[in-house]
Structure formats: C-alpha cells, structure tokens
Ligand binder design. Sequence first.
Ligand SMILES: C[S@@+](CC[C@H](N)C(=O)[O-])C[C@H]1O[C@@H](n2cnc3c(N)ncnc32)[C@H](O)[C@@H]1O
Length: 290
Amino acid sequence: METQQESTAAGRKRRRRGGAGKRQKASSSAQQAPPPASPSDAPSQPEKRRRKAGEAAAIPKGRKPTSLLEKMRARLAGGHFRMLNEKLYTCSGQDAFDYFKSEPKLFDVYHAGYQEQMSQWPEKPVNVIINWLKSHNKSWTVADFGCGNAAVAKNVKNKVFSIDLVSDDPSVISCDMAHTPLEPSSVDVAIFCLSLMGTNFPSYLQEANRVLKPSGWLLIAEVRSRLDPNTGGADPDKFAEAISQLGFSLVSKDMNNKMFVLFYFKKKEKIKVVENIDWPQLKPCLYKRR
Ligand SMILES: C[S@@+](CC[C@H](N)C(=O)[O-])C[C@H]1O[C@@H](n2cnc3c(N)ncnc32)[C@H](O)[C@@H]1O
C-alpha cells in the first residue's frame, strides 16, 4: 500500500510526466499547424498586429479551441475582451478614445471577442439595419456611429460615413463620436448599433441630431437587458421620451428580438429645444465568462 508521502511523490512524478506530455502535445500541434496555403489563409492585418504584440493568435472562426495552449489563450483573450468591454461601458467617449488611441491593438482584441459573442446571437442587429437600408433609398447618406468592422458600409450601396474610435481601415473616421467632423444637416440616416456605450451617451445622440437633416432617420439598436426594467435596465419608454425631447418622433420600435431592441426615430422638421432632458441611465452590458 502506498503511504501518503509515497503517494504524494508518485503523484508529483505522474503529474510531471502528464504535464510534460501535455506540453509536448501542445507544442507539437502548434508546430504541425499548416502554413498559409493561399492569400486568403495569410494572417489578416489585425492578426499580424496581434502577433507582433505577442497576443494570442486567433483560432479560426467556427473552430473550438482544442489543445491546452489554445484553451488557455482563448480564456486569456476572453478575459481581455471582457475587461475592455467593461472599460467602454464605464468611461466617457473621450477617455475611451484616448485609451484606444494609445494602444490601437486593443481594438482588435475587443473586436475579436465581440465577434465571438455575436456568433452566439441568433440574429445580429447590424444585419436587420443593413436589410432596412437595402429596402430604402440608396441615395441616402448614412452615418454609422460606432461602426466596429464597418459591416454597414461593406454591405449597402449608400454613401456611408463609418465612425469609430480607431481602425486600421482607412475609410473609417477615427474619433470620439460625440465630436465628428461631419457637416451639420448632412446625413439622411444615423445609426447606433449597440454603440451607446460611453457614460456620456446622450452627447452621441446630440451629435447625431446635429449632423442629421430634418426628417432624417435615427436608428438605435441596443442590448435588450439595458432597456428591460425586469432585469435592472432602463424603461424603454423613458429612453424614447428623452430622444423625443431631443427633437425626434418615434416611428416604431421592435421589441421582438430576445437579444436586442430596435428603435426607428425621425428627426422633427422644427425642433423645440428642451433644456435638461431627463436621460435614463443605461447600465453596462457585461458578458459572462463562458
Ligand atoms: C458593440 S460594438 C458594435 C459595432 C457595430 N456597430 C456592430 O453592430 O457590429 C460598439 C462599437 O462602438 C464603438 N464606440 C464606443 N464608444 C465610442 C465613441 N465614443 N466614439 C466612437 N466609437 C465608439 C466601439 O469602439 C465599438 O466598435
């Protein structure tokens, strides 16, 4: 019979053997990774930036991490994404801009994690918005506030101003969206797709109001839990009321989706300025560890 000491020593040896075996397996599977076979397999620009910065390599879309190393990397990347996501929801747009400007690679880390989260949603709000745009006037000019990977611009015929904090896509306007370089009354549609993140989110809507033409459309998709009083979220009617006071009429709202709500507003022709709008607080949307 093994004594407790022997069993601990044997256990240590077993663990050492097991550990080394696993390490070997992980590194050999990494060595066996096939080299890029075609230009489409070559690392993307964000991937190159991540690798240069020593970040975890992205696991190809749709494939679950298999080796221990991949699982650890995925866990680290997930933690990093959740930290950045919380940062975006709990600071002002200006602070977020300064933060991401000083470390642009973080933007890629955030977006890799965000796309991973979105892949679990049965329907993406950005696709609903793209379909809406496709069924309306193609000559309308669009401003996509907090465009992320600029999916709107890539999928519609309209002229789209894509706006975000940072991007390696030169077509994206890099700024804090509370202060864009767009001309007053110059766009027909303003979009906020899950992008009212900063603590000063009303200033983003004021900016949209400034750049929208009279009768222009304001489309807002937000995470459902942020606008569901049953889960500690804001009252959607109060949210819509505050936006009406800013100078918009609510045309319709779509509460059918389990994950997000979608509001369609139109800018009023004549705006009666309301001082001290009573904006509801929007709680951060924090993703759970999977
Ligand atoms: C949750 S993502 C959504 C991206 C995209 N709209 C979509 O639906 O796929 C929110 C985006 O808003 C951007 N964002 C947040 N605050 C911003 C600000 N103050 N100025 C510019 N972009 C901002 C973030 O960088 C991020 O890319």
